[in-house]
Write a protein that binds this ligand. Structure first.
Ligand code: ADP
Length: 145
């Protein structure tokens, strides 16, 4: 497996429930290292770009509102095979379908918003990771480790 860097967003549900440290410690316990981290409020423009693949879905306006409920925390996380491993640690999109022990299974919404309030976003492949890291971090904000 190769050395990779992925883009993670702690979504507003994680931020508002003070779950950031708990989830981040799961990533660090896997041996992954932080290359960049910052809190930011997401504009309509960045959300339209980030969620272009769901922009035509009827639930997109709800997702945009949700992602603007509070600032998010963007994380550049590095390690061997980190892109796929973090997706596995998260579990599937719908928190009610995510197994206990996964981040979405343990901390995602279980009462009606389970497909939306699912704790974290994580890049789904190397090309997406490169584009998303560029989208959320400026030159120089992702450090060498
Ligand atoms: P993932 O984040 O698991 O890769 P997608 O890229 O398919 O999932 O969707 C992006 C985000 O849009 C999801 O994480 C979730 O917050 C939201 N979402 C996806 N499907 C739905 C849905 N059917 N209803 C409400 N929100 C959804």
């Amino acid at each position: 497996m190769s050395q990779e860097t992925t883009l993670i967003l702690f979504k507003p549900d994680a931020v508002k429930k003070n779950l950031v440290g708990t989830v981040l410690s799961r990533f660090e316990k896997e041996g992954f290292v932080i290359r960049g981290i910052k809190m930011m409020s997401l504009s309509d423009e960045i959300l339209a770009e980030h969620y272009a693949h769901i922009a035509e879905m009827p639930f997109f306006p709800s997702v945009r509102n949700f992602m603007q409920e509070s600032p998010v925390i963007a994380l550049a996380l590095a390690g061997e095979g980190v892109i796929g491993k973090v997706r596995d640690l998260l579990g599937p999109t719908d928190s009610t379908e995510a197994a206990a022990g996964t981040i979405r299974g343990d901390f995602g919404d279980k009462s009606g918003d389970s497909k939306m309030r699912n704790v974290c976003h994580a890049s789904d492949g190397p090309d997406t990771a490169a584009a998303e890291l560029k989208r959320f971090f400026q030159d120089g904000e992702v450090c060498e480790r």
